[in-house]
Write a protein that binds this ligand. Structure first.
Ligand code: HAM
Length: 423
């Protein structure tokens, strides 16, 4: 029997309508990042394994079990972008050139997770990193940028969960207190968490095991570990967010699964997603630079998960994908119709044609299927009168237009729909 091929488990093929939405999400977020003064960088998919070991943390799910390693080499497919951006920043000693950088990036990430709805092995991030400032105003900017992108893309219902881990010594204190509180209950923890409690107690907090979750939920994790500076910083940030009308929920159990975070951590969730409900997440990582051998420079960022956003956005949102369809009847008109098609595309709009000699009814059916806004009909009668029929597919109304006025008229129609130029 012949072998049938399928896409690799945990990867997804984007069909044309999904590709359109995917590109739309990337373009809109690119525009907004630029509006906020962030510069785009494109970094490779392959990185040294050790970068993530040192950056993300040895005792994290990503590093312990999820990295795709290239056989025989100490190279992996990148599981995330933050450590990579800092690698790029340090490699080029950017701190010697400027004391503040704002970057964004878009691209695929790879994690060998158990696939399920919203959890893939290859997925895409829209990531943002602001490097060089510890101001709460940049924390607020990062969060509002994330909100602005989501608003523009059309994700309206979402919740911002926010917490602080405190500075590096607060975080150590937090880890120590957690270890003390759970050490008497070691037998009740899952096998992994019993080990985590020794090596990296904070990771017990994100364990999905029900019993571990119950144990963690019974602990009071509210701000007890914070020094005065970090407590003030966090309270100031929360009141700044309030002033900016950014609703948030203080979530003391939110610690994030990557080790580099200090101070602010946040997650944006949607109730439309089921168990994998985080659309995006981020936080401060004031110590990451030092862990990777660089100077101590504060930074903060976030990443949005594009596939999860795609799940939220109704596929129908962009179902009207074609501006014009040129329908011709009669052999003589094909050449003329083909020319009109080119004129429309040159004017900056999308247009398509029937290449299968279908009847007018058949062509209109194709146009309907493609979600066309307007059909230009060119028959014998129209040819004689140097004109064509313009049919509005939404309202099913028709009008006769002279060839000479083609470009002006189609631009006028598109403008009435609020579209100046598509391509
Ligand atoms: P992260 O929480 O691991 O953070 O990923 C960010 C987002 O990517 C998640 O909220 C989720 O929407 C999406 N995501 C993560 N894993 C998967 C998966 N297996 N399948 C589909 N979507 C997924 C980071 O990676 C940090 N680098 C974010 C950051 C930037 N922090 C500071 N700067």
């Amino acid at each position: 029997m012949r072998k049938k091929f399928f896409n690799v488990r945990g990867t997804s093929d984007f069909k044309p309508s999904e590709t359109l939405v995917f590109q739309d999400i990337n373009q809109k977020s690119r525009d907004i990042c630029q509006k906020f003064g962030y510069e785009e960088i494109s970094l490779p998919i392959l990185e040294e394994r050790e970068l993530f070991l040192k950056g993300v943390g040895e005792v994290t799910d990503i590093v312990e079990r999820q990295m795709f390693k290239i056989e025989g080499k100490d190279i992996v497919l990148r599981p995330e972008g933050t450590a990579q951006v800092i690698r790029y920043y340090l490699q080029n000693s950017l701190f010697k050139q400027n004391d503040f950088y704002k970057f964004f990036y878009q691209g695929p990430m790879f994690r060998g997770e158990r696939p399920q709805k919203g959890r893939l092995r290859q997925f895409h991030h829209i990531g943002v990193e602001a490097i060089g400032s510890n101001s709460i105003y940049i924390d607020a900017e990062i969060i509002s940028l994330c909100f602005e992108i989501l608003k523009d893309i059309g994700v309206t219902e979402k919740e911002l969960k926010i917490n602080t881990l405190g500075c590096i010594s607060d975080k150590e204190k937090f880890s120590y207190t957690l270890k003390q509180s759970l050490s008497g209950k070691r037998d009740e923890l899952c096998e992994d968490c019993a080990k985590r409690l020794e090596k990296n107690p904070l990771r017990v907090i994100d364990c999905k095991n029900k019993q571990c979750k119950n144990l963690v939920n019974s602990l009071n994790l509210e701000m007890g570990h914070l020094c005065l500076d970090c407590k003030t910083r966090f309270n100031d940030l929360l009141s700044l967010l309030k002033d900016m009308n950014i609703k948030h929920v203080y979530s003391p159990h939110l610690v994030r699964g990557l080790d580099y975070y200090t101070n602010t951590v946040f997650e944006i969730t949607s109730n439309k997603l089921g168990s994998q409900d985080a659309i995006g997440a981020g936080g401060r990582y004031n110590n990451l630079m030092k862990s990777l051998g660089g100077p101590e420079i504060p930074a903060i960022g976030f990443a949005l998960g594009v596939e999860r956003i795609l799940l939220i956005l109704a596929e129908t949102q962009r179902s009207k994908t074609l501006d014009f369809f040129v329908a011709v009847t009669g052999q003589d008109n094909t050449k003329l119709g083909f020319g009109i098609l080119r004129d429309i595309r040159e004017a900056g709009f999308s247009a398509d044609f029937d290449y299968k000699d279908k009847s007018l009814k058949g062509q209109l059916r194709v146009a309907q299927k493609k979600g066309t806004k307007f059909v230009l009909i060119l028959g014998e009668e129209e040819h004689k009168n140097d004109s064509f029929v313009l049919r509005n597919m939404e309202t099913s109304t028709q009008e006769i237009i002279k060839y000479n006025n083609l470009t002006t008229e189609i631009k006028k129609r598109m403008k009435s729909l609020g579209i100046e130029k598509v391509i």
